[in-house]
Design a protein around this ligand. Structure first.
Ligand SMILES: [Zn+2]
Length: 157
């Protein structure tokens, strides 16, 4: 996986990069991982939208992704990584074709593991958000353990 990062502190950059590699190893086969690139931009804080993720290529499933962060400067490392973890789960959903847009429906409908849903359905009922929110914490804990930060990260939740 190719990862490029703009902005952020040195600590954030180091962990974002390391986390993405950890994530790729867990979810992507080597052949797929090699094709994926992720660009992460750190932007000024915006309390409406702390992060989002889009794809920027025309492939199906897409391979090029752009994560935009709008986090407060004083965010803790754990919450920072949680945000990256959340967006990376969405990248997995898109890159593996688990979540697909249906252009024939004017992009109003998407397919999630083969079932049709409205993109704009209630946020907390969206199965792709349920997965992303549900995985955040465990991914950060496992990442911490894999990098000898286990207890320090876990105790912060
Ligand atoms: Zn989400």
């Amino acid at each position: 996986m190719r990862i490029s990062i703009k902005g952020g502190t040195e600590e954030q950059k180091l962990h974002a990069k390391q986390f993405c590699k950890f994530f790729a190893k867990k979810f992507f086969k080597d052949e797929l991982s090699k094709l994926i690139s992720v660009k992460i931009d750190h932007n000024p804080y915006n309390d409406n939208d702390l992060a989002d993720c889009v794809w920027t290529d025309e492939e199906t499933p897409p391979k090029k992704f752009h994560i935009q962060l709008f986090l407060p400067e004083e965010i803790s490392l754990v919450n920072y990584l949680r945000t990256i973890a959340h967006e990376m789960v969405h990248i997995k959903q898109f890159a593996k074709g688990e979540l697909r847009q249906l252009p024939s429906t004017n992009n109003e409908i998407c397919k999630w593991h083969g079932a049709r849903y409205e993109w704009e359905m209630h946020y907390w009922d969206r199965p792709w958000e349920i997965e992303a929110h549900g995985r955040e914490k465990g991914l950060v804990i496992d990442y911490g353990k894999a990098h000898n930060m286990g207890t320090s990260l876990q105790s912060l939740f």
